[in-house]
Design a protein around this ligand. Structure first.
Ligand code: AKB
Length: 316
C-alpha cells in the first residue's frame, strides 16, 4: 500500500513548509492538507486542501477514510504564549486532537503518526544546559503540560496497542516563508521582519535570555528522517530531543548587525519572559543522533544570512 499523507494544521509555520516537502516527496496527489480555515497560502492552492477542525473526531475519521490516508502529521496546536491566554481551549485542541488520531491508529485506520512535542515539556527543575533526553520534567505552562501529557499518551499507545507514533521536541523554529504565532520563541522570527522593514525591534524577552533554536530546513528534514527511519531504530516513543543552536536576543542582534549595521534593538520583557525563563538554554540530542542519525546542518550565522537574504527579496 502506498503512502497517503494527511497534514492537520497545514497552514501553520511548520505545516506550510512540511506540506510543500511532503508534496515533493510523495506526489501532490498523495498529500491532503487541512486546517481550521482556508488561507492565501500555497498550501491551499497547490494541491488538495480541506477545511478540518482538529478537535472534530468524526470529521478527521471521514477525511481519512475518504482519502485512504496511511500517515497523519498532526501539526495543529496552540503555542505557549497563546495557550496561557486561553488554557481550556489550548488543552482541548492540543490534547483531544492527539487522542483522536491515536485512537484511529489503534483501530488500524491509519498506519503512522507524526506529532510534535516541544522543549516546553521541560521546566524550572530540569537542567538548564544540555538538557538530557531523560530528566526531571515539570512544565509550568499549559502548552508544556499538554505536550508532556501528549508524550505520555504516545508512549502508552505504542506500548499497549502497537501504535507507530513518532515525535520530536522542537526548539524555536526560524523560517521566512510562514510566520509563527503565539509562541515564546517568535521574537527570533519577528526580529528579522522588523530589522528589514523598520531597522529596529523591541524584543519581548530580555537581552540575555538563551533559548534553543533551529532553522526550518533542519526541522523539516528531522521530521521526515524520523518518519522514514526503521521502526526498530525509533526506540523513544514519547518524543526525541533535537538541537541545532542556542542564542540570546543580544547575540542574535550582533549577528544581524554584521549584515544590517544600522539595526537597533530595545528590550521590553513581558509575560513571555517567565515562560522563557522556565525553559532550557540548550538541549542534548545524543539519543536522536544514535537512534536515527540526526544532526543539524544550520548554525546561527547561516540562519541569519538565509533569513536576511530571503526576507529582503520578499519584503523588498
Ligand atoms: C513556542 O515558543 O511556544 C514554540 C515552542 C518552543 O514549542 N515555538
Amino acid at each position: 500500500m502506498s503512502t497517503k499523507v494527511l497534514i492537520i494544521g497545514a497552514c501553520g509555520q511548520i505545516g506550510t513548509e512540511l506540506t510543500a516537502v511532503l508534496r515533493d516527496t510523495y506526489g501532490t496527489a498523495n498529500v491532503v492538507a487541512t486546517d481550521i480555515r482556508k488561507s492565501e497560502s500555497n498550501v491551499c492552492s497547490g494541491g488538495t486542501f480541506e477545511v478540518l477542525d482538529a478537535r472534530d473526531k468524526e470529521a478527521i475519521r471521514a477525511c481519512i477514510e475518504k482519502h485512504e490516508i496511511t500517515d497523519v502529521y498532526l501539526m495543529a496546536a496552540i503555542l505557549s504564549a497563546a495557550a496561557e491566554k486561553n488554557p481550556e481551549l489550548a488543552w482541548d485542541l492540543n490534547m483531544n486532537s492527539l487522542l483522536h488520531v491515536l485512537n484511529l491508529a489503534k483501530d488500524k485506520i491509519i498506519k503512522k503518526i507524526f506529532w510534535p512535542s516541544s522543549i516546553a515539556v521541560f521546566g524550572q527543575n530540569s537542567p538548564k544546559k544540555n538538557t538530557p533526553q531523560y530528566t526531571i520534567m515539570e512544565p509550568s505552562t499549559v502548552y508544556g503540560i499538554s505536550k508532556l501529557s501528549g508524550e505520555r499518551w504516545c508512549e502508552y499507545y505504542h506500548k499497549n496497542f502497537g501504535v507507530d507514533i513518532r515525535s520530536i521536541r522542537y526548539p524555536g523554529i526560524i523560517s521566512w516563508k510562514a510566520n509563527p504565532g503565539g509562541g515564546t520563541t517568535d521574537y527570533a522570527v519577528e526580529i528579522f521582519h522588523e530589522a528589514i522593514k523598520n531597522g529596529r525591534y523591541t524584543c519581548f524577552l530580555s537581552e540575555d535570555t538563551s533559548l534553543p533554536m533551529m532553522y526550518m530546513d533542519d526541522a523539516v528534514r528531522a521530521t521526515l528522517d524520523l518518519m522514514n527511519a526503521e521502526a526498530s531504530n525509533v526506540k523513544v516513543r514519547s518524543s526525541y530531543n533535537i538541537a541545532a543552536t542556542s542564542f540570546t536576543p543580544k547575540e542574535l542582534t550582533i549577528a544581524i548587525q554584521e549584515l544590517l549595521p544600522d539595526f537597533t534593538i530595545s528590550y521590553k520583557p513581558d509575560f513571555r519572559q517567565q515562560i522563557a525563563d522556565s525553559w532550557p538554554e540548550s538541549i542534548d540530542d545524543t539519543v536522536a543522533k544514535n537512534d536515527w542519525d540526526w544532526s543539524s546542518r544550520t548554525d546561527m550565522k547561516a540562519i541569519v544570512s538565509e533569513m536576511i537574504m530571503n526576507l529582503k527579496k520578499v519584503l523588498g
